[in-house]
Design a protein around this ligand. Structure first.
Ligand SMILES: NC(=O)c1ccc[n+]([C@@H]2O[C@H](COP(=O)([O-])OP(=O)(O)OC[C@H]3O[C@@H](n4cnc5c(N)ncnc54)[C@H](O)[C@@H]3O)[C@@H](O)[C@H]2O)c1
Length: 249
């Protein structure tokens, strides 16, 4: 087991990529704190993990709320006594041409996707520093590397996550803490369901992917297991692109 007894917080764990990360982390022996605002999905996963012999608790947390984040980390320390891995995965998208984007949508996307990385990391770092080890994994997007139309706040938030990942990687490397991000391509989840609703939409994204298929949440979870495990100890500040070749074109 590659994550035996490691304590991991996974945000946005109710569905899609976060749920797949939760399942694979549990299968690799991690002890989990699942986090989301969607209680039903996260509670179901929490129960599945425990029924299959894993360890898991769920904490309802809005990742853009500093008080909720502080509470989340306190719950982790109270229950497990430590925190080894933080996966900042929760995210949202709002689609509109930039000139029609409401300020509220800009603020919400930046708060959920980018400020959350600051808040979550700030809250776990004192514990990781005291332990002398830790792994922070930020789920960014290829939209932080290349443009996607009609998603201005999303692209900005994802580019910001990459910049913050590199900053934190430098700042905490000497204390044994790795900070990396994963940049998924187009993955079949609730977030992309609208874009993929029609056969033409699906075909367009498949054709944009050199590997000629959409990604599945498990493709991203495999990368997260690697970055959470000791196999990646010498990997720091990396943007691990998992996109079937989209940005290689
Ligand atoms: N699906 C893709 O194609 C794709 C591509 C690149 C990057 N990503 C990124 O992957 C991550 C996961 O997305 P997904 O595709 O699994 O989407 P998803 O919609 O299935 O999952 C996102 C989860 O985040 C939760 N969430 C939203 N706001 C929250 C908040 N304020 N606090 C706590 N939880 C909150 C949602 O309830 C949901 O469970 C996101 O950061 C997304 O930007 C997805």
């Amino acid at each position: 087991m590659r994550l035996k007894d490691r304590v991991a917080i996974v945000t946005g764990a109710a569905s899609g990529i976060g749920a797949a990360i939760g399942r694979q982390f549990a299968a690799e022996g991690a002890r989990l704190l699942l986090v989301d605002i969607a209680d039903n999905g996260a509670e179901q996963l929490d129960e599945q993990i425990r029924l299959s012999g894993g360890e898991s608790i769920f904490e309802h947390t809005d990742v853009s709320d500093p008080a909720a984040i502080a509470h989340m980390v306190q719950a982790c320390i109270r229950h497990y006594g430590r925190v080894d891995i933080l996966v900042n995965n929760a995210g949202i998208v709002r689609q509109a041409p930039l000139h029609e984007t409401a300020e509220d949508d800009w603020d919400r996307v930046l708060a959920v996707n980018l400020k959350s990385v600051f808040l979550g990391s700030r809250a776990v770092l004192p514990h990781m520093l005291a332990q002398g080890s830790g792994k922070i994994i930020n789920v960014t997007s290829i939209a932080g590397l290349v443009g996607f139309e009609n998603t201005g706040p999303y692209c900005a938030s994802k580019g910001g996550q990459i910049a913050l990942t590199r900053e934190m990687a430098l700042e905490y490397a000497k204390q044994g803490i790795n900070v990396n991000c994963i940049a998924p391509g187009v993955i079949r989840t609730a977030m992309t369901a609208g874009m993929l609703a029609s056969p033409e939409g699906t075909l367009a994204f498949e054709q944009g992917t050199p590997y000629r298929r959409l990604g599945e949440p498990e493709d991203i979870a495999h990368a997260a297991v690697y970055l959470a495990s000791s196999e990646s100890d010498f990997v720091n500040g990396e943007v691990l692109v998992v996109d079937g070749g989209w940005v290689a074109r």
